[in-house]
Design a protein around this ligand. Structure first.
Ligand SMILES: Nc1ncnc2c1ncn2[C@@H]1O[C@H](COP(=O)(O)OP(=O)(O)O)[C@@H](O)[C@H]1O
Ligand SMILES: [Mg+2]
Length: 251
């Protein structure tokens, strides 16, 4: 299977504190990779390092490499706006802007310099369909996105990411602020999206990781202690610490 993301000996420091202790991972294309592990083990930090969101935090030092499609994303010539369009991100708290559904979804297109109204309309519709919310919102695209329910807002955020046609979607506990029905609907959408996109998702929910992911990486204290096919991680892990974590012995 082709890997699309390769990190090599990735280390990240907040000030002097090392949060990622040399992570080397190859993440396969068009699969769902779940990052699991106890709070504070570096899952969000790792995720943010894949589209340079950590650049926005003061005092961060990064060594090692992150390659996406064999391109070193920390190379000085990297276009960061383009990178974040190719590698989009969805957060735990749905965070649509306080403007219309249409403006939310088309936001990245303006940044990408797309001005043709027909093109924008088509992309908005396509993205809302892929995010499985077109039928709900098609007659009220001018309504404020923050008036929607939490699960619907999260779909708008997914559509906003899809509009720029990314290759990779990073999701940081995308369902943990949602009710169980919305959460399971988002899971279904993630599975569908993984036919066309590479998804890297953080989850605290072991059932969710085992239901939806192809690969699972267990992080503990800034290191990946085991990374394998999800079925192996859950049914036949090689490390005792993995078995302990998935059985709820710590975490
Ligand atoms: N902006 C930040 N500044 C300083 N330390 C941070 C920052 N974000 C995270 N950390 C620290 O880095 C470590 C990893 O955090 P994080 O990546 O958020 O873990 P997780 O997502 O697995 O809960 C923790 O010790 C956390 O306190
Ligand atoms: Mg986190």
């Amino acid at each position: 299977m082709k890997s699309i993301i390769k990190t090599e000996n990735l280390r990240l420091y907040y000030g002097k504190k090392e949060a990622l202790h040399g992570i080397s991972l190859e993440i396969p294309e068009k699969q769902i990779t779940a990052l699991i592990g106890p709070s504070g083990c570096g899952k969000s930090t790792f995720l943010r390092s894949l589209n340079r969101m950590n650049d926005l935090i003061d005092n961060v030092t990064i060594t090692g490499t992150v390659k996406i499609n064999d391109h070193d994303i920390y190379a000085p010539k990297t276009d960061i706006v383009k990178l974040r369009q190719d590698v989009g991100m969805v957060f735990q708290q749905p965070n649509p802007f306080s403007f219309s559904i249409y403006e939310n979804v088309s936001f990245g297109l303006k940044l990408a310099g797309i001005t043709d109204k027909e093109e924008i309309d088509a992309r908005v519709e396509e993205s809302l369909k892929q995010a499985a919310i077109w039928e709900v919102v098609k007659d009220r695209l001018n309504d404020n996105a923050q008036g929607l329910s939490g699960g619907q807002q999260q779909r708008i955020c997914i559509a906003r990411v899809l509009a720029t046609r990314p290759e990779v979607i990073l999701m940081d506990e995308p369902t943990s602020a949602l009710d169980p029905i919305s959460a399971s609907q988002i899971e279904e959408t993630m599975i569908k999206l993984s036919q066309d996109y590479t998804i890297v998702t953080v989850t605290h929910n072991m059932q969710q990781a085992s239901r939806i992911s192809d690969m699972t990486a267990l992080f503990v204290a800034g290191k990946v202690v085991e990374y394998d096919e999800t079925s192996t991680i859950f049914m036949n892990p090689k490390e005792q610490v993995t078995s302990d974590y998935i059985n709820g012995i710590f975490g």
